[in-house]
Design a protein around this ligand. Structure first.
Ligand code: NAD
Length: 557
């Protein structure tokens, strides 16, 4: 029985609440360790006397020491390493500190710093976290999953490392992504850390630099593809259903040639979703809902032009179409409001060898070879960058958007910051302060023409943790499009008039737990077979979900 740091108070001497491990073993167990936070009585009862400096500290005092050390770290990567070490040492203190400094620390434990950390993962590696399933494990994946020490897993985040953020194939180094995302599930939506499982499907890597790196931690061979790959993924998915039947599977950072077919194959078979496709779509739709309020227009008044035609672009376009249909527009008309530009140019009907996911958006229109001429001919109200190509929203593009629209919507969503299609500063300056802007990574406020704008971050963290909590709370068996539509609406409703006045189209990250509860409630409400939660009045539903949330605090004895 593990020590339970989830209870604020515990009956004295009740063995249920206290660890079976004692002494030095207890200090080495991050889930139970309180470090200098162990009380006098605990030090006696748990054979800790003498193993710690004599003074007892509260969690808040410990967190103050952490912050002093954290802020002394010279680079963001050092901060990432520092927080990882804390997570490995004292989980409660890690989550308490991150939760209390969420705006400051989310960009460290997740994008943009996690991108840098993944590139260097093999060199900054300290201690294993999560599970690694390799091609050599084919035939015994279930046995391997049973090695995980927890049974009651609620969320699995799995990647094969082939498209990490906008950084390409990072192979097994991509493990930083499931680890970071699951930390955010616990921070942002209170999914208990012991119910979170990061998994790397290590099927090799196309990254030759990594394959040559003597410290590379993964399989230093080319990726397996085709039937061998599909069979391994199938075995993995089936094994999760047997070993962790309550878990929701989040597919993360797969290349689009696998991401799109895998989602199609599994979305109706198991409880799963793809965050790059569906989470991104919901966060983008929420941003659009808020942006059209600033424009004083409607969703159905918009024409969207995407730079990029991969998983994120078509995922967002599909959800925009679903949202416009919900607003009464026929499907074909809704699709005609979404246009894609890929590396060849404008996606139009009749173009050679278009991938199937682009076909619904290949409209009858003359071809345009680049993004600027596409803007000039399509005259969009909104441009959405999901190309992974930096600086592609040029001054000419942004000036064209400002000449076509009073209030152009400009979302430069490619991550990390170095890949953004434009910066917030460029978006505001080159549209004379008329743009409604969101980035994929955080940007500082910008002053243009005497007005200060607070750029939104279209961060999936507003959506996926709440979706996880909503599924966990309702016991939903599938993750549906209706859930993402509802989640987007719930997120947009958290943006108030004061936020909009600053140009802010997402709520502050400091409100993230409230946002996640609202998202979770909206998800539970529309879940198929969502159980008893569905019938509850809103406040009761939210308070039931809150009661499931992990709160990082110490049990005091
Ligand atoms: P993807 O590989 O599926 O798609 C990339 C697309 O960009 C492809 O269609 C490709 O043809 C196109 N492209 C490449 N070079 C281009 C160019 N020069 N001009 C026009 N198009 C070009 O990747 P994805 O999953 O769709 O992700 C794309 C980007 O979006 C990544 O940088 C990722 O970090 C970012 N993203 C951001 C968020 C977010 O901020 N919330 C979420 C998901 C993805």
């Amino acid at each position: 029985m593990a020590h339970n740091n989830r209870q604020a108070t515990a009956p004295a001497c009740d063995p249920q609440y206290f660890p079976v491990v004692t002494g030095a073993d207890l200090l080495n167990d991050p889930r139970s360790n309180k470090g200098t936070g162990f009380t006098e009585r605990e030090r006696d009862e748990l054979k800790l006397r003498g193993l710690l400096p004599p003074r007892v500290f509260t969690l808040e005092q410990q967190a103050a020491r952490i912050m002093e050390n954290y802020r002394r770290q010279p680079t963001d990567l050092d901060k990432y390493i520092f927080l990882g070490a804390l997570q490995d040492r004292n989980e409660t203190l890690f989550y308490r500190t991150v939760l209390d400094h969420v705006e400051e620390m989310v960009p460290i434990i997740y994008t943009p710093t996690v991108g840098e950390a993944c590139k260097k993962f093999a060199h900054i590696f300290r201690r294993a976290r999560g599970l690694y399933v390799t091609a050599k494990d084919a035939g015994r994946v279930e046995e391997l999953l049973r090695n995980w020490p927890e049974r009651d897993v609620a969320v699995i985040v799995v990647t094969d490392g082939e498209r990490i953020l906008g950084l390409g194939d990072l192979g097994a180094n991509g493990m930083g992504i499931p680890i970071g995302k699951l930390a955010l599930y616990s921070v942002c939506a209170g999914v208990p850390p012991e119910r979170c499982l990061p998994i790397m499907l290590d099927v090799g890597t196309g990254n030759e630099d990594f394959r040559r790196d003597p410290l590379y931690l993964g399989t230093a061979e080319p990726r397996i593809t085709g039937p061998a790959y599909d069979t391994l993924v199938e075995e993995f998915v089936q094994a999760t259903q047997t070993v962790f039947p309550k878990a929701i599977i989040q597919f993360e950072d797969f290349a689009n040639r696998n991401a799109i077919p895998l989602l199609k194959k599994y979305r109706d078979r198991v409880c799963c979703f793809n965050d790059d496709i569906q989470g991104t779509a919901a966060v983008a739709l929420a941003g659009v809902y808020a942006a059209v309020k600033i424009q004083r227009k409607q969703l159905v008044d918009q024409t969207f032009l995407f730079l990029g035609a991969g998983s994120a672009a078509t995922g967002i376009a599909d959800l925009l179409v679903a949202a416009m249909r919900a607003d009464g527009l026929p499907e074909q008309e809704a699709r005609r409001r979404c246009w894609l530009v890929d590396s060849t140019g404008l996606v139009v009907h009749g173009r050679d060898r278009l991938a199937s996911h682009k076909l619904p958006y290949a409209h009858d229109h003359a071809f345009a070879a680049d993004f600027l001429s596409s803007v000039q001919t399509i005259k969009p109200t909104a441009i959405i960058g999901v190309s992974g190509q930096a600086k592609t929203f040029t001054r000419e593009v942004l000036e064209a958007m400002a000449s076509i629209n009073d209030t152009p919507i400009v979302f430069a969503l490619s991550n990390p910051t170095s890949k953004a299609e434009c910066t917030a500063e460029e978006a505001y300056r080159w549209t004379n302060g008329t743009a409604v802007f969101a980035g994929g990574s955080p940007f500082a406020p910008v002053t243009v023409g005497g007005r200060t704008f607070v750029p939104g971050q279209g961060n999936n963290v507003y959506i996926f943790p709440g979706v996880g909590l909503g599924v966990m709370g309702s016991g939903a068996k599938r993750v549906t499009e209706k859930m993402f539509l509802a989640a987007a609406r719930a997120l947009a409703d958290k943006v108030d008039d004061d936020h909009l006045a600053e140009g802010r189209i997402y709520p502050p990250l400091s409100d993230i737990r409230d946002v996640s509860v609202a998202v979770a409630a909206s998800v539970a409400r529309v879940a198929d077979h969502g159980g008893e939660l569905q019938g509850l009045p809103e406040r009761e539903l939210e308070s039931r979900l809150r009661s499931l949330m992990y709160v990082p605090s110490y049990v005091m004895k």
